[in-house]
Design a binder for this molecule. Structure first.
Ligand code: DC
Length: 244
């Protein structure tokens, strides 16, 4: 649930916006800004899969040579994920059982294990149920891999973001360097392409473009250009929702 953002006044003609796409396409950055501009709630569903992965790592259910899938499934009810709006940052941070884990889930280690965790059906159904509840009143921008296909198949606006693997790896590499992580570009590229493969080929809710999604390749677009495009598309749909 998203708590603490009580100042949000969402108008009556609110819509649901689903943003899907490959890893490191900058979905979260743009989704966050779009939600802010529309005064909508923003939910980063990748953070929820990362939170489960962080839990699995902490409990020693997953590591370089092992993955105790049954243990993780058995203990899923010990995982409580919440979002709390941080006024200073201007977005909601993710909490695991009351502990703020927003920066702990952004490491390369969590990125390395998150795709196999996200491929487990029991994990997906738990998180999807929570995501559907978060969006029941509309006025939401949600980003992930299956938002337009599974979580909100009736979303009013669906966006599918793409960019070349090299562009995405370079963005992620710079972001991690800025956060003080010591790593090399080839490891990040390897992580990006491996995650693409696992996310797109898993049996349950594989990453794919919904038939009615609008595809945006943002390899050569600035964040400001992307925001302008998405705001224009959103306002067209909101206007239509008002006149219908
Ligand atoms: O967006 P991200 O990189 O933080 O997502 C982390 C992983 O979680 C990603 O590799 C795939 C998975 N994921 C998913 O399967 N479904 C979602 N709706 C969001 C993320």
């Amino acid at each position: 649930m998203v708590e603490g953002d009580n100042n949000k006044k969402v108008p009556d003609n609110k819509i649901t916006i689903a943003i899907d796409g490959f890893s490191s396409t900058g979905k979260s950055t743009i989704a966050k800004q779009l939600a802010k501009a529309l005064n909508y709630i923003y939910v980063d569903t990748g953070a929820m899969y990362r939170a489960v992965t962080y839990f699995a790592l902490k409990q020693n259910y997953i590591g370089a040579e092992f993955f105790k899938i049954e243990k993780l499934i058995e203990n899923l009810d010990q995982i409580q994920i919440t979002f709390k709006f941080n006024n200073n940052l201007g977005f909601a941070e993710v909490y695991l059982n009351g502990e703020n884990i927003e920066s702990d889930i952004r490491t390369l280690e969590v990125s390395k294990y998150v795709s196999p965790v996200a491929a487990i059906s029991e994990v997906r159904s738990k998180l999807v149920e929570q995501q559907k509840l978060m969006g029941k009143d509309k006025g939401i921008v949600m980003d992930g891999r299956d938002i337009g296909t599974v979580v909100f198949p009736d979303a009013d606006l669906k966006i599918f973001m793409t960019a070349s693997a090299e562009t995405r790896a370079m963005r992620r590499y710079k972001e991690l360097l800025e956060r003080g992580h010591n790593l090399n570009y080839n490891d990040v590229l390897e992580n990006v392409t491996t995650r693409d493969r696992i996310d797109s080929t898993r049996k349950d809710s594989p990453l794919m473009k919904a038939e009615d999604a609008i595809e945006i390749d943002n390899s050569d677009l600035t964040i400001a250009e992307q925001l302008t495009t998405l705001l224009k598309l959103s306002k067209e749909v909101i206007e239509k929702a008002t006149t219908d």
